[in-house]
Ligand binder design. Structure first.
Ligand code: PHE
Length: 507
């Protein structure tokens, strides 16, 4: 009724809010008077894309079967809790010894507000909470730039904004910008810079309370002691701290961000429940996909037995690098396109601590420390504040840095990550450690990629064969979207395939 009212201009619509019209899920009523009925669909891959296809088609009564090679659904959406095990392709077997309530989101871990992942959380009843992506109290540590101690984000920002403002104010004052700015513009720019950089009436940056305090302000008689030793402009730029600020300007990384309460895998768990466990076969590794004139035939192994499943349609929602090694008759152009999807690396280590020393000693509640060390980023937990224990992501790195850690044994990874983290956080980083679990996507069976890079983007001509069905086989996954490496990409790609497949079945 709301949709109808919206169309009549009597109620607000998604378009009115400046957004694209919403996806409309298939409904059983769509078949009324068409003489058509819901088809049988086999979905290869039980990650977010595959589950979303089964979930949406299920709303119209499609007979869906999901074949998942691993023993759990979710794909790269993997939350590690105590007792979870992982055997990687190099033969490293790990069992997480995290205590109750502690978890590592080894894959996706943050959700922007605008992404449809939030809509699925709402629809599926998955509670969300704020994920802190940026924290003024977190650190920046650039060892290669000669920093010997970390600086707080707030301090780095005060200094960089301060000096940039001072320099721009000087350029304005000396007339260097007269060709670009009217006298009025110049006044307004100076007004802005005074506040932006805290450079006061002198238009010079001489430090600021924004940098933080050595002794915090308190009761009368205790005005606080500001952090001293303001570095020079030259020192500030040499430290390279400013290079991290633009991260939070990105459309996909801007605060606020969110996470499901209790772990990211609440999403695939809810999808799996909604689809129905009887429709999902885990431990089912696909060997061959054959498009026949009248349907599809999918061969897979399940507990060592070879089985075949026939259906009207297939949605191939497995990683392109894996599908490229699977037998199929979908054509040379499909194979060329699959091989052009280049797998990337990423890894994480979860470090569980016996105390939340980063909260009590460092006053850091969530957020990320940025470094030029090979661990790249350190994430503090956005959940469980003031609890007894807590879990830090000791590294989240990509590319060559991730590959370097992946080559080590789990024990060696832990030792290396801790040795680096001690430089920033001190000895408690080692002494309070309870256990760790590390995970690398390039080393993970049936995935072998953290995400993929598609040269020229998903609409480059070479990828055409994946953006339309090959006979009765459709392709879905975050790699076929403009939000690769996000669940949003998987969900929207799934919706696109569902819309196309349903329209075909109806005609
Ligand atoms: N979505 C992933 C993350 O937020 C990977 C990614 C990082 C994607 C940065 C885009 C930009 O960590």
């Amino acid at each position: 009724m709301l949709a109808t009212m919206g169309a009549l201009g009597l109620a607000p619509t998604a378009e009115a809010a400046g957004r694209e019209p919403a996806f409309s899920a298939p409904r059983t009523g769509d078949f009324t008077l068409t003489g058509k009925g819901a088809a049988r669909v086999v979905i290869v891959g039980g990650g977010i894309a595959g589950l979303a296809v089964a979930y949406e088609l299920g709303k119209a009564g499609y007979d869906c079967t999901v074949l998942e090679a691993r023993d759990r659904t979710g794909g790269r959406n993997f939350t590690v809790r105590g007792g979870d095990t992982n055997l990687d392709l190099s033969g490293n077997r790990q069992t997480a010894r995290f205590s109750d309530g502690q978890y590592l989101n080894a894959g996706p871990a943050r959700i922007p507000q605008w992404m449809v992942t939030m809509d699925y959380c709402r629809e599926l009843g998955v509670p969300v909470e704020v994920f802190t992506n940026v924290n003024a109290s977190a650190y920046i540590y650039n060892e290669k730039a000669g920093m010997t101690a970390p600086v707080r984000y707030r301090t780095a920002k005060a200094d960089v904004y301060g000096y940039v403002s001072e320099l721009l104010a000087k350029a304005t004052d000396t007339g260097a910008l007269d060709a670009e700015l009217s006298a009025e513009d110049r006044e307004r720019l100076l007004e802005f810079l005074k506040g932006f950089g805290d450079i006061g009436g002198t238009l010079r940056y001489e430090g600021s309370e924004r940098r933080g305090y050595r002794v915090d302000p308190a009761a009368s008689g205790t005005p606080g002691v500001e952090l001293g030793a303001v570095p020079s402009a030259s020192e500030v730029f040499a430290s390279g701290v400013g290079r991290y600020f633009s991260f939070e300007f990105g459309y996909d990384q801007a605060m606020l961000m969110f996470q499901p309460v209790g772990g990211m895998d609440r999403i695939p768990a809810a999808l799996t429940r909604a689809i129905g466990a009887h429709r999902i076969r885990t431990g089912a590794a696909v060997q061959r996909i054959t498009d026949t004139a009248h349907g599809v035939s999918v061969t897979y192994t399940e507990h060592g037995r070879v089985r075949t499943l026939d259906a009207d349609y297939c949605v191939a929602a497995l990683p392109p690098n894996i599908l490229a090694r699977t037998a199929h008759n979908l054509g040379a152009d499909v194979q060329t396109a699959l091989e052009a999807c280049k797998p990337s690396s990423a890894g994480k280590i979860g470090l569980e601590y016996r105390s939340r020393w980063w909260e009590s000693d460092h006053r850091i509640y969530g957020g990320i420390t940025e470094t030029d060390l090979d661990l790249a980023h350190v994430w503090y937990p956005s959940y469980g504040h003031h609890g007894r224990r807590g879990l830090i992501v000791g590294y989240y790195n990509t590319g060559a840095q991730a590959d370097a850690y992946a080559r080590l044994t789990p024990r060696e990874r832990e030792a290396r990550a801790v040795a680096q983290g001690v430089k920033i956080h001190g000895e408690k980083y080692r002494t309070e450690l309870a256990s760790s679990f590390s995970h690398h996507w390039r080393q993970t069976p049936y995935l072998e990629a953290s995400w993929h890079s598609l040269s020229g983007g998903p609409d480059a001509p070479v990828f055409d064969p994946l953006n339309k069905p090959a006979g009765r086989v459709y392709f879905a996954g975050d790699h076929l979207s403009y939000a690769d490496a996000w669940q949003h990409g998987a969900f929207t790609s799934a919706r696109k395939v569902v819309t196309a497949l349903h329209a075909r079945v109806l005609t």
